[in-house]
Design a protein around this ligand. Structure first.
Ligand code: F6P
Length: 357
């Protein structure tokens, strides 16, 4: 007999449902008695006791379903020790609800922030397993997070569509891609979509180099340029500013995001007409791609094996194409960013893609 709790927390992504299905199907297939409680809307459900007893029916037909059947929300890690507006101690409430249901384990699907809270709950004595979800692919200790490749597909499609219209009109186009503080999604979609310039948070860009790259294309008879910029990208100039100075600058200009600052700078420096496309949350939407369905199924099955062995306090990741349990305390709070020396960056540069550096 096993009694487990499931929750999905933070920004959603594709393959959350596929992962939960992997956990529950594997457990159901290997033990006679299983009770699964789904906490609604992330940690909120665990804090406020909003849960449902789920049946095998709930996990049927969800392999291909985007979003999360449990709902999600953001409860920032930095607020987790802060009592809520009614004075409730969130950590104490989570522990109480866990014990009230006599859970053997809590399976938590989420990104970096979620992982920090999962590690905290493990330190507080709960049996926890974390599964790495995010389109950003920025979780330390796993080569890949589920959701990433599905988002790469969508961002690539956006760049593909921009390519044809950019070519018709001989325009410079900026496509701004999600990824929070890291550039994985932009790097992969940028390369897959044949972007001419790729700007990442890990490689601060120089606006003159960006303009030079556009000019080079113009001189070579290419009338258009497609720039893939990560939402977290920053210019070398802005990087020199203190946090306060940067905030002041951005507020004064009221740029909605980095793409707008970049567009204005390119226009001012070169007089070239620039258009912006921001696919935004479409990158997290829709059905998971086949790669993510397989990855999620594997991670889910591996998490279930840990539960069957009563092994807790781990994230289940994938390293060199093998699922791997990684102690939560070794990974929580670490960010997996791209090294500017990454082979992929070097390969892209060797093709003539500019990184604005
Ligand atoms: O972490 C996933 C992500 O989509 C990031 O790429 C992005 O910066 C952020 O979430 C957006 O968050 P929200 O959905 O809260 O606007």
């Amino acid at each position: 007999m096993k009694r487990i709790g499931l929750l999905t927390s933070g920004g959603d992504c594709q393959a959350l449902n596929a992962t939960m299905r992997g956990v529950v199907k594997t457990l159901a297939n290997n033990i006679d008695e299983l009770e699964v409680y789904g906490f609604m809307n992330g940690y909120k459900g665990l804090i406020y006791g909003d849960y449902r007893l789920l049946t095998s029916q709930d996990f049927s037909g969800i392999l291909t379903k985007g979003g999360t059947i449990l709902g999600s929300s953001r409860v920032p890690f930095k607020t987790i020790r802060v009592p809520d507006d009614k004075g409730l101690d969130k950590v104490a409430e989570m522990k109480q609800n866990y014990h009230k249901l006599r859970l053997d384990c809590l399976v938590i699907l989420g990104g970096n922030g979620t992982q920090k809270t999962a590690a905290l709950l493990a330190e507080e004595g709960l049996n926890v397993i974390h599964l790495p979800k995010t389109i950003d692919n920025d979780i330390w200790g796993t080569d890949m997070t589920f959701g990433f490749y599905s988002a790469v597909n969508i961002a690539t499609e956006a760049i593909d569509c921009i390519h044809t219209t950019a070519a018709s009109h001989n325009r410079v186009f900026i496509v701004e891609i999600m990824g929070h503080k890291v550039g994985w999604l932009t790097l992969y979609a940028g390369i897959a979509g044949g972007a001419d310039i790729i700007l990442l948070p890990e490689i601060p860009y120089q606006i003159d180099k960006v303009v030079e790259a556009i000019d080079r294309r113009t001189k070579a008879g290419k009338g258009f340029t497609v720039i893939a910029v990560a939402e977290g990208a920053i210019s070398a100039e802005d990087l020199k500013l203190s946090k306060k100075e940067l905030k002041k600058k951005l507020e004064a200009k009221s740029y909605p995001s980095v793409a707008y600052e970049l567009a204005e700078d390119i226009q001012n420096k070169s007089g070239t007409e620039v258009r912006i496309t921001v696919p935004g949350h479409t990158q997290r939407g829709g059905a998971p791609c086949p790669y993510d369905r397989v990855l999620s199924t594997r991670l889910g099955a591996a998490a279930a094996r840990l539960i069957l062995n009563d092994e807790y306090g781990y994230m289940v990741g994938i390293v060199n194409n093998e699922t791997k349990k990684v102690p939560l305390k070794d990974v929580a709070g670490k960010l997996k960013a791209i090294s500017p020396d990454d082979q992929l960056i070097k390969e892209a540069k060797s093709l003539g893609i500019s990184f604005g550096d």
